[in-house]
Design a protein around this ligand. Structure first.
Ligand code: IMP
Ligand code: MG
Length: 179
């Protein structure tokens, strides 16, 4: 698995330090309420499980699964809900926890979808952002790291469902997805 990676962009230590920082910010910003962290499956799951342990106030968690990517490396722009949340989010403070924002189309769709359920607030927390790839105006409230347009894997992020269990984030060798 390690041999398929050309460069390590973010090692374990760097990611953990950022997760602690984001956890602190969220704990301060939401100190008077109990936010619902909504993890976008499957890529957001490693980030969520680390992040929630670094939040010192009570939180609830829920999960949503969408399809937009298939097994390629480019967003189709078409988003479909595979698994909806279970929580009633009316009047609640929502934090969407995502692995990466690329075109932003997925998050725009989810945010609009949640807004229709009358939450008190909806914010976005993503570990990675590819600002040059945005195809829509999207406000990211908590962002771990900005990256370039390379396809990255590890720490929850996959290519064709592989590499999610790498503890770091790296750039996949181009030959892996062009073959
Ligand atoms: P968007 O709708 O284009 O913003 O796509 C967001 C989703 O695409 C993310 O939640 C990821 O699942 C996936 N994605 C985008 N870029 C990458 C990448 O570099 N590596 C792995 N998955 C990615
Ligand atoms: Mg995702």
């Amino acid at each position: 698995m390690r041999n398929d990676i050309s460069t390590i962009l973010l090692d374990e230590q760097t990611i953990q330090a950022k997760v602690i920082e984001l956890g602190k910010r969220i704990s301060e910003d939401y100190k008077d309420c109990v936010p619902v962290l909504i993890c976008i499956l499957r890529g957001g799951v490693v980030f969520l499980s680390d992040l929630m342990k670094k939040i010192s106030i009570p939180v609830e968690i829920d999960f949503m699964s969408l399809s937009s990517y298939g097994s390629g490396t480019e967003s189709s722009g078409v988003v479909k809900i595979r698994k909806d949340i279970d929580a009633n989010i009316s009047g609640r403070d929502i934090i969407i926890v995502e692995d990466i924002v690329d075109s932003g189309l997925t998050l725009k769709y989810i945010k609009d979808y949640f807004q229709r359920h009358n939450p008190k607030s909806v914010k976005i927390c993503t570990l990675l952002d590819k600002p040059k790839a945005h195809k829509t105006d999207i406000k990211i409230d908590y962002c771990g790291f900005e990256v370039g347009n390379e396809f990255v894997v590890g720490y929850g992020l996959d290519y064709a469902e592989k590499y999610r269990n790498l503890p770091f984030i790296g750039i996949l060798k181009e030959e892996i997805y062009t073959n």
